[in-house]
Design a protein around this ligand. Structure first.
Ligand code: ADP
Ligand code: MG
Length: 388
């Protein structure tokens, strides 16, 4: 018991078995009747909660910040159970999407407001406000009116206001959502730099998978009130656990079908297509399996090219070729009815690859991913057999 406590102390935040159902709602915003949401965030981590609108991200953040009480479960911050403490009783601060600066106050007064309310003396207050404005790149803006700031500068001011009393955990609810793409990117870099300069732990909510991957040490992917997978961005791409994760972060085309396997080989046989490869060990014992054909690993050949041994592929017609700024993205519709994508560097593309041309898109068996099928049970088609 004592040792368990020691391990717990290493986490900045622990959510244990959280459940929340809003009054009058038939479904749970967080968790369900069988289980709640549990997750640990380490000290100093920039941790992202990622999922589509309505999946429970804000509810989780509000419970952690003390703005909502869970029906069930516990919130532990730095080893202290704080579930029923109000926001000002816990060492968290929240930056909401609408950052709600006081428009009639200057930047410095906005940032120092909480310190003033907390009875911090003028000299100390001013020093701390200056230090934090420096950190967010607003050193020269202390005397500016909030209404004279750009969107990005307002966002920095809101961050400074949340950081000035040095919370253990900074909670960010889609804080960059209102910014244009260029500013978003700049603020993402800024957040990562800030994290490096402070001891704070960040919990960052977003529905944008690119943003989560760009800034987070680890990402928790949420679906309908549950956390589906927690991993580093690289691990999520290399080893998604479910078809939901693979589809939400757009790793590849998901092929569902009848799965058959031997000790170290699996084939998923859908309508007119069979995808084979090596399943990860953790998938052992799972009945409902789908194959994922990663966009980043796809190869493309003319449709009459010979099939390569040790590969799976499909023939299709190229629908569009887009340059994304870093790679070419080739989208094809296959005879089997799938939309498949190949991401290629400029060197790997050639002039025959254009819309209307037929092509063979293929993957070495080793590059195919296998996941639990999140849709299983709804289709009723997936059945498990043992021999290949
Ligand atoms: P997200 O932030 O991921 O978009 P939320 O946590 O805001 O999701 O919402 C999760 C679910 O709870 C949604 O179905 C939403 O409609 C519902 N919900 C959120 N806030 C309330 C509320 N105050 N009253 C009733 N239902 C709510
Ligand atoms: Mg939200």
């Amino acid at each position: 018991m004592r040792e368990l406590r020691k391990v717990e102390m290493e986490n900045a935040l622990e959510c244990r078995n959280l459940r929340k159902q809003y009054p009058g709602q038939s479904s749970y915003a967080l968790g369900d009747a069988d289980r709640g949401v549990s997750v640990d965030v380490k000290q100093g981590e920039l941790f992202a909660l990622l999922g589509p609108s309505g999946c429970g991200k804000t509810t989780t953040l509000r419970i952690v910040g003390g703005f909502a009480e869970p029906d069930d479960g516990e919130v532990v911050i730095n080893g202290e159970e704080v579930t029923s403490l109000p926001p000002y009783g816990r060492r968290t601060n929240t930056v909401f999407q609408s950052y709600a600066l006081f428009p009639h106050m200057r930047v410095g007064a906005n940032v120092g407001f909480g310190l003033k309310m907390g009875g911090v003396g003028k000299a100390e207050r001013e020093a701390r406000v200056r230090a934090v404005l420096e950190q967010v790149g607003l050193a020269d803006f202390e005397r500016r009116r909030v209404t004279e700031l750009s969107g990005g500068q307002q966002q920095r001011a809101a961050l400074a206001r949340a950081m000035v009393n040095e919370p253990a955990i900074l909670l960010l609810d889609e804080p960059l959502g209102a910014l244009d793409l260029k500013l978003r990117r700049e603020m993402q870099d800024e957040l990562v730099r800030l994290k490096g300069r402070t001891k704070m732990t960040f919990v960052h909510v977003t529905h944008d998978q690119e943003e989560a991957c760009a800034i987070a040490d680890r990402i928790a992917i949420m679906d309908r009130g549950h956390i589906i997978q927690v991993d580093t961005p690289v691990a999520l791409y290399r080893e998604p656990r479910t078809s939901y994760v693979a589809e939400f972060i757009n790793i590849g085309t998901v092929v569902r079908g009848r799965a058959q396997r031997s000790a170290d080989w699996i084939e998923v046989e859908g309508e007119n297509v069979r995808i084979e490869g090596r399943p990860p060990a953790w998938l052992n014992g799972h009945a409902d399996v789908a194959a994922v054909l990663p966009h980043s690993r796809a190869r493309i050949d003319p449709s009459d090219a010979d099939e390569i041994a040790g590969s799976c592929g499909m023939v299709g017609v190229i629908d569009r070729v887009t340059f994304t700024g870093s790679v070419f993205e080739i989208v094809a519709r296959t005879e089997e009815g799938f939309e498949v994508r190949a991401e290629m560097s400029e060197d790997d593309t050639s002039s025959w690859i254009r819309p209307g041309t037929s092509a063979r898109i293929w993957w070495p068996n080793k590059d195919i991913l296998f996941v639990k099928d999140s849709n299983a049970g709804t289709s009723g088609q997936q059945r498990w057999t043992t021999e290949v």
